[in-house]
Design a protein around this ligand. Structure first.
Ligand code: FES
Length: 104
């Protein structure tokens, strides 16, 4: 089963099993991972699912709408910033993301 590791801004990590096809945001919300709100449910209109991705090579490239939304995040945008509702879990993947200190 694919796994996603979430590390918060203090360095505390938690790894959860994910379902293929779910988003990293959905996986976090379902498992009660703090630091990812997902207010809009994944419709690219809130940016409260902002994460910093530790490994970007295996991910689909960013679409224009996600790129635009990332300029409105509560925490600074970095080179590895992504919106976790746009990151799909694939078979065998092991993703590691860091959540910002706040999403509000
Ligand atoms: Fe709203 Fe990702 S959950 S933009």
């Amino acid at each position: 089963m694919p796994q996603v590791t979430y590390t918060d801004h203090t360095g505390r990590s938690r790894t959860v099993t994910a379902n293929v096809g779910d988003s990293v945001m959905e996986t976090a919300v379902r498992n009660g991972v703090p630091g990812i709100v997902g207010e809009c449910g994944g419709s690219l209109s809130c940016a409260t699912c902002h994460v910093y991705v530790e490994e970007t090579a295996a991910l689909a490239p960013m679409e224009n709408m996600e790129d635009e939304m990332l300029w409105g995040t509560a925490q600074e945008r970095r080179d590895n910033s992504r919106l976790s509702c746009q990151l799909r879990v694939t078979e065998g993947c092991e993703l590691h993301v860091t959540t910002p200190a706040t999403q509000g």
